[in-house]
Write a protein that binds this ligand. Structure first.
Ligand code: AGP
Length: 616
């Protein structure tokens, strides 16, 4: 979950590392640090501080860093050891012969620490990471070069890791390693310089030519050279790719927060995603990266969609699409549950994973389970080259651009659009959809960017409705049918941003328990679109009102019956029922945003969270 950046080349490393850390702060923000390697022979200079990057900037101001052309940096989301200066990365061994940053958990760290202590190593921190620095130190002392030392140290670790190290013994060199699914290591190719990072966000200001380390791969970079190797000592041939991602999408632009910018970018992100997957005239789907998964669309008997958090909610919408459009049995599963359940599946099941980052550990482990079972796989992903796209047999890319707000917004709506396209393609190859219906669905989806854009013109009016939630402690979000995932997502956005306790529920569950919560102090947000179950939601609202409950209803424009019934309402445009999720989520994103703002919460960096979850 931590952010890693490394630089070696002809420019001064410190400003590049600090800018990189600011670009990575969404990965974790409880402490940060850098290590710089001045010219040959001198010791690395390490500066690290508890707190956000601003604290580190302040600390560096007090003790200016030396000039250096090589360095590494880290922003941390604590796993072992509380956030403190001592536990912040980078870490060294006993001396300063090696400095490392790390993402992952050393599962055997207690045994390693005892073993190393027994050989005289003294520890400065409570972290599991420090054991890796001491292991590397021992291997360097035994005569290994940094790359070999990394390989030898990795052989002692259990768990998943991304590790980056430098040593004054090898000036101008940085070594990186990836084991398992603790997060990516991306290599950035510059002119006379090379970079490593956990994420594209920190590389894009410098280069768009990148390569992703595969599982159990190592890399050694210098200003003008890169070498790859396998953990088994074999040489590896890795070809970089040039991304079309725009570095400008990493900026906040005119907005106060990334999240507001990303909410407002949804029309463009949807238009780019839809444009990348289909044409309207003539109506044609162009899912060009389905690869070896393509023939399986015709063969499989069921679909299983997996994801976590917001992406799981997108998967829930996708289930509707596969069932309603392709008439294919479809289930969803939380990836972190699926992976441990010994699920029963094989080549008859198409596994569709949804992940904006492509690096979420639970999703990757679920995909490994699916692969071991022989199930064909497709991933819906916003990060080209990421690990889910490498594990899956085929990919449906979303083109939302970088998403920096910890709370996902534009990648939710674009994932839904991609799932819609995949369900259409599945229906087409299985002969379950007529040309006319296909054309109608394509037209309907293509109209959504403009519709969402019109909704967002009312951002401030929607935000005003959040005033009622400024002092509330609890909110219930109710939905049915395709609106259920939206209720769950609305509740997730509310709790992660504003820290208000929010529960998303299937409206049909109300009378089975949750209605006991309702009184005049317990507000409900009810999603009441035009889908076939609208009348059932009307009953739910009546039952809540009869118990003095307050209802904010999200209704279709012109639905006067519901507008009269609810205490307050937010309207969404009339769109085909299957596409209602794309319209209905917009007011809920804005409500959560405005509630968090009114409560003084940090919108882009909610407490305890990190954007990409790479540890269990
Ligand atoms: C929600 O706002 C979060 N960003 C989170 O739930 C996220 O959707 C989840 O961690 C999955 O991430 P992924 O899409 O990168 O796999």
């Amino acid at each position: 979950m931590c952010g890693i950046i490394a630089y070696t080349g002809s420019r001064q490393a410190a400003p590049i590392l600090l800018a990189g850390l600011r670009d990575l702060e969404y990965r974790g923000y409880d402490s940060a640090g850098v290590a710089l390697l001045p010219e040959a022979g001198s010791e690395p200079a390490v500066a690290k501080r508890r707190g956000k990057i601003a604290e580190l900037d302040g600390a560096i101001g007090e003790h200016a860093l030396p000039a250096a052309h090589t360095g590494i940096g880290h922003t941390r989301w604590a796993t072992h050891g509380s956030p403190s200066d001592a536990n912040a990365h980078p870490h060294t061994g006993c001396g300063s012969d090696v400095v490392i940053v790390h993402n992952g958990i050393v599962e055997n760290y207690a045994a390693l620490r005892a073993e190393l202590a027994g050989r005289g190593h003294a520890f400065d921190s409570e972290t599991d990471t420090e054991t890796i620095a001491h292991l590397l130190e021992e291997r360097l002392d035994a005569g290994s070069d940094l790359l070999a030392a990394m390989r030898e140290a990795c052989a002692r670790l259990t768990g998943s890791h991304a590790i980056v190290a430098l040593s004054p013994r090898e000036p101008g060199i940085v070594v990186g390693a990836r084991i398992g699914n603790a997060g990516g290591v991306v290599v950035g190719y510059g002119k006379g310089e090379m970079l490593l990072s956990s994420d594209l966000a920190a590389l894009l200001p410098h280069t768009r030519e990148v390569a992703f380390l595969a599982d159990r791969q190592l890399v050694r970079i210098s200003g003008d050279r890169v070498d790859y190797a396998g953990l088994d000592g074999s040489a590896a041939d890795v070809v970089p790719r040039t991304l079309s991602l725009d570095p400008a999408s990493a900026d906040k632009g005119a907005y106060d927060t990334y999240m507001r910018k990303e909410i407002m970018e949804q029309p463009a992100a949807l238009a780019d995603t839809i444009g990348g997957l289909m044409t309207v005239e003539p109506p044609r789907l162009s899912l060009d990266d389905l690869g070896e998964a393509r023939p399986w669309l015709e063969r499989v008997e069921r679909v299983l969609l997996v994801g976590m958090g917001t992406s799981l909610h997108a998967a829930m919408v996708g289930r509707w699409y596969f069932e309603q459009i392709a008439r294919l049995p479809a289930d969803i599963d939380n990836a972190s549950e699926f992976r441990y359940r010994e699920p029963v599946l094989g080549p008859e099941t198409l596994v569709v994973s949804v992940s904006q980052s492509g690096e979420t550990v639970d999703v990757l482990e679920a995909m490994n389970v699916a692969r071991a079972s022989g199930a064909p796989q497709i991933t819906i992903c916003n990060t080209p080259g990421s690990q889910t796209t490498r594990v899956a047999d085929g990919t449906v890319h979303t083109y939302a651009g970088l998403e920096r707000g910890v709370a996902s917004t534009k990648t939710f709506t674009t994932s839904i659009a991609a799932l819609f396209a995949l369900a259409l393609e599945t229906a087409r190859v299985r002969g379950r959809i007529s040309e006319d219906d296909l054309a109608r669905h394509v037209r309907d989806l293509a109209a959504m960017p403009e519709i969402v854009g019109r909704q967002l013109e009312s951002f401030d009016a929607i935000a005003a409705a959040a005033e009622r939630f400024r002092t509330t402690d609890h909110i219930l979000f109710l939905g049915r049918g395709p609106a259920l995932p939206i209720a769950l997502e609305g509740a997730l956005k509310m709790k992660e941003l504003s820290y208000v306790h929010a529960e998303g529920y299937a409206a049909g569950e109300m009378k089975h328990g949750p209605i006991a919560l309702i009184d005049s102090g317990f507000p409900t947000v009810a999603l009441a679109g035009q889908h076939a179950l609208r009348s059932k939601i009307v009953s739910n609202i009546e039952q809540i009102r009869a118990r003095d409950g307050e209802v904010l209803a999200v209704v279709t424009e012109g639905d006067d019956e519901l507008i009269a019934l609810a205490n307050e309402s937010l309207t969404v445009p009339s769109v085909p029922a299957l596409l209602e999720p794309l319209a209905a989520i917009v007011p809920l994103q804005v409500l959560a945003y405005a509630t968090a703002e009114a409560r003084g919460c940090n919108i882009d960096q909610p407490r305890n969270l990190a954007k990409t979850v790479t540890v269990e």
